[in-house]
Ligand binder design. Sequence first.
Ligand code: ADP
Ligand code: MG
Length: 219
Amino acid sequence: MIDFENVGLRYGLGREVLSDMTFRIDPGSFQFLTGSSGAGKTSLLRLMLMSINPSRGRIKLFSKETSQIPRRDIPFIRRKLGVVFQDFRLLDHLTTYENVALPLRVRGKTELNYRSDVTDLLKWVGLGERIHAHPPVLSGGEKQRAAIARALIGQPEILLADEPTGNVDPSLAQRLLRLFIELNRSGTSVVIATHDMALMDQFDARRLVVNEGRLQIYE
Ligand SMILES: Nc1ncnc2c1ncn2[C@@H]1O[C@H](COP(=O)(O)OP(=O)(O)O)[C@@H](O)[C@H]1O
Ligand SMILES: [Mg+2]
């Protein structure tokens, strides 16, 4: 569903940050994307999201070459991708419930249609008691889970999460990981960018390791 072939990326006139990236993310797969801080994990996720273009090589998303996708089609393809950004990007003037419902509202769904889905999902991520709270009063871990719920509400085919356990204690990090594994068992592909080796070592999963601009894959 995501297919990179000889992808290279440079920002402006700088050196190549990512080189010769060739890999695939298969339907229903689960993998960590790892590497030290500054290695290029976020850049790689941004390429997968079509927020930036590669400097060379080609990327296919759902069998379509991204350089051939008309701009106006990008929002529709993005709907198949759930994204958890490192900085959450929750809207402070909306409640937790409204933040999670937003992707559905944008698609023209009516509240009658999604109300129970949103509340069920918020319960699943452990935010059943925080439905009416606004992001500024949520803890880091609660914001994290709200961002995860918002990424999942549209039932994406693939979930991309950038350091989704970066702001939580080790026990919550483990719980979040179990949540991602449960999601994967239901068929969603999952890519988790993290530099948390201790966390990854607790789970036996495929690893894509970015090191000095190159990718090593451990199946
Ligand atoms: N918008 C940008 N402009 C220029 N350089 C960038 C930009 N974003 C990231 N970089 C550089 O690309 C490299 C990889 O960054 P990043 O993808 O954020 O790594 P990671 O997520 O693994 O910490 C770093 O050297 C960083 O400074
Ligand atoms: Mg990053």
